[in-house]
Design a protein around this ligand. Structure first.
Ligand SMILES: Nc1ncnc2c1ncn2[C@@H]1O[C@H](COP(=O)(O)OP(=O)(O)OP(=O)(O)O)[C@@H](O)[C@H]1O
Length: 247
């Protein structure tokens, strides 16, 4: 479904990603681990096509199509959706209006209720929202978009213990729920790529593969739970020298 080949990316003249290679197959959930400043967010922002992330070399393929130089809206139309770490405030744009624009005729009330977002419908998006409220609002917008691959940048960060339950189970329902994307593995839902520091999200969604990004390069890949455990015990140094076991 999503394939990244030898991707090198610069931001403001600084190389943030270097020769990154990985795949997310249809119906699979992969996670990205890595220390602060490794380039994880830069990778997701590049995959979504945000401006400022200059692709110096390499390719991004989505369902076999080269999307390397496509705009955000072209990527979104093809079925890529993102929950960013720090979405902007949208002063003057009410949540209900944006939701209507994204969802069209799709009924979003039930999802809004389950995410406890009904009382935010008349508010300007993200303006004065708490950290957890921003995450729930982003998730609601993603559910309205219903992409084929979900890119989640630290969905559990800044979220209290009760909200993590709502967010984690909603993410699982969205990714592993009824599939509407062409060619999906029956019963395996959609695909996801999730950045996580704590691995808390793995209490809610089963991941298939983990990649560890350090200094803008993927150093290791393997079984998500095993890699998280190794990193908890040994830190990222082990990974930098690529001593982690390959699954
Ligand atoms: N516009 C920019 N100009 C210069 N450097 C930048 C720019 N944007 C990001 N960086 C730097 O690129 C590096 C990677 O940032 P990124 O946000 O991708 O890291 P991360 O792995 O997601 O970190 P964290 O786990 O802390 O969220 C950081 O050192 C950051 O300061």
């Amino acid at each position: 479904m999503l394939e990244v080949k030898d991707l090198t990316v610069e931001v403001g003249g600084k190389e943030l990603l270097k020769n990154v290679n990985f795949k997310v197959e249809k119906g699979y959930t992969n996670i990205i681990l890595g220390p602060n400043g490794a380039g994880k967010s830069a990778l997701l922002m590049t995959l979504m096509g945000f401006s400022g992330y200059k692709i110096v070399s390499g390719q991004i393929l989505f369902n076999g199509e080269d999307i390397t130089h496509m705009s955000i809206d072209e990527r979104a139309t093809r079925g890529i959706g993102i929950m960013t770490q720090r979405p902007p405030n949208m002063t003057g744009v009410k949540l209900k209006n944006l939701l209507k624009l994204i969802a069209g005729d799709k009924e979003m009330e039930q999802m809004a209720e389950s995410l406890d977002m009904m009382r935010f419908m008349e508010r300007d998006i993200n303006v004065g929202f708490s950290g957890g409220e921003i995450k729930r609002s982003e998730l609601l917008q993603l559910a309205a978009q219903s992409p084929c691959i979900y890119l989640f940048d630290e969905p559990e960060s800044g979220v209290d213990l009760m909200s993590i339950d709502i967010i984690g189970s909603t993410i699982n329902d969205l990714v592993h729920g009824d599939s509407t994307c062409p060619g999906d593995r029956k019963g395996h839902g959609k695909s996801a790529l999730i950045i996580t520091h704590t691995g808390k999200i793995l209490d809610y969604i089963e991941a298939d593969r983990a990649y560890v990004l350090c200094n803008g390069t993927i150093m290791c890949e393997g079984n998500p739970r095993e890699m998280l455990q190794e990193i908890k015990e040994n830190g990222y140094e082990e990974c930098i020298t690529c001593k982690l076991k390959k699954a």
